[in-house]
Design a protein around this ligand. Structure first.
Ligand code: CO8
Length: 258
C-alpha cells in the first residue's frame, strides 16, 4: 500500500478500514486526499483478501468539506485544467461494498464523499449539510444531484438554499443514512456490518450493487433488463452451484467469488 499523507489504512479480518487523517482542519478534503482515497479504493477493490471497505473520519469530523484554503484562489480555467473530478468520478466505480461511518461534521465535499458510500452508519451526533451557499458557491461533486434523488427537489432546495446542518435523525428520515448509533460505536458497527456481508457470495454482492446503483438512475424497464442479465450471469458461477447444493445438503455454503 502506498505511503499516504492524508489518510490511514489497515485491513482487519478481510475488511479494509480507511480513515481520513487531517484532524487539524477537521479532515478538510484536499485534492491530494481525494487522490489517496481513490488510490486506496482501487487497491482494495482488486485485493482478494478484502471483502468490503469501511470509510470513516474521526469523532469530531467525518470531513468539514473541501479544503477552502486550497481552492479560494482558483478560477474556472484552473479548475478545468486540474480535472480534479476525475478522482471523484472513480470513487463510483468501486465494485466491492463501501460502508461509511460518520461522526461529527459531514459538510460540503465531506457530505458528497459520504454519499459515495453504499451504506451509511452515523453517530447520533453527526451533522450533515451543504454550507457552500454561505461561501458563494454550490456543491460540485454530486451534492445537488444526489440530495434531489434522495429527498426530492423541494426538500433538496430547502437544505441547499439554507445551508443549515441536518441532524442524523433528519438524515435518516430522508433516506440518506441507514442506521444511527452511539458515537463511540459508529466504526465498530460499520465494521460489524461489513464483516456480516463479507460472508456472502462475492459475485452476488457485486452484481446486486451494480443493479441497485443502475436502478437508481434508470427506468424500471432498463433496471429490470440489467437485473435479468446479472441474474443469468450468476448461473455461470461456481458459487451458484455451491450455494444451491449447500441448501439441499443442509450445510453452510463455502463461497469462492467465482
Ligand atoms: N477547509 C479548510 N479548513 C477548514 C475547513 C474547510 N472546509 N473546515 C474547517 N477548517 C479548519 C478551520 O479553518 C480551522 O483551522 P485553524 O485552526 O487553523 O483556524 C480548523 O479547521 C477548525 O475549524 P473551526 O475552528 O472553524 O472549528 P469549529 O468547531 O468552530 O467549526 C465548522 C466547525 C462549523 C465545521 C467550521 O469549521 C466550518 O464552517 N467549516 C467550513 C464548512 C464548509 O463551508 N464546508 C464546505 C466547503 S466547500 C465544499 O466542500 C465544496 C465541495 C465541492 C466539491 C469538491 C471539490 C474538491
Amino acid at each position: 500500500m502506498a505511503d499516504f499523507q492524508s489518510i490511514k489504512t489497515k485491513v482487519e479480518d478481510g475488511i479494509a478500514l480507511i480513515e481520513l487523517n487531517r484532524p487539524d482542519v477537521l479532515n478538510a478534503i484536499s485534492r491530494g486526499m481525494v487522490t489517496e482515497i481513490r488510490s486506496a479504493f482501487e487497491t482494495f477493490d482488486k485485493h482478494d483478501a478484502v471483502k468490503a471497505i469501511v470509510l470513516t473520519g474521526n469523532e469530531k469530523a467525518f470531513a468539514a468539506g473541501a479544503d477552502i484554503d486550497e481552492m479560494m484562489e482558483d478560477d474556472a480555467v484552473t479548475l478545468e485544467l486540474l480535472n480534479q473530478f476525475k478522482d471523484w468520478d472513480q470513487l463510483h466505480t468501486i465494485k466491492k461494498p463501501v460502508i461509511g461511518a460518520v461522526s461529527g461534521y459531514c459538510f460540503g465535499g465531506g457530505f458528497e464523499l459520504a454519499l459515495c458510500c453504499d451504506i451509511l452508519f452515523a453517530s447520533e451526533k453527526a451533522q450533515f449539510g451543504f454550507p457552500e451557499i454561505k461561501l458563494g458557491v454550490m456543491p460540485g461533486a454530486g451534492g445537488t444531484v444526489k440530495l434531489t434523488k434522495l429527498m426530492g427537489p423541494k426538500n433538496a432546495l430547502e437544505w441547499l438554499w439554507l445551508g443549515e446542518p441536518m441532524t442524523a435523525k433528519e438524515a435518516q428520515k430522508h433516506g440518506i443514512i441507514n442506521r444511527i448509533v452511539a458515537p463511540e460505536l459508529v466504526v465498530e458497527e460499520a465494521m460489524k456490518f461489513a464483516r456480516t456481508i463479507a460472508d456472502k457470495a462475492p459475485l452476488s454482492l457485486r452484481l446486486i450493487k451494480e443493479s441497485v446503483r443502475y436502478a437508481a438512475d434508470h427506468s424500471v424497464q432498463d433496471g429490470m433488463q440489467l437485473e435479468r442479465k446479472n441474474f443469468y450471469l450468476l448461473f455461470s458461477s461456481e458459487d451458484q452451484k455451491e450455494g444451491m447444493k449447500a441448501f439441499t445438503e443442509k450445510r453452510y455454503p463455502h463461497f469462492k467469488g467465482k
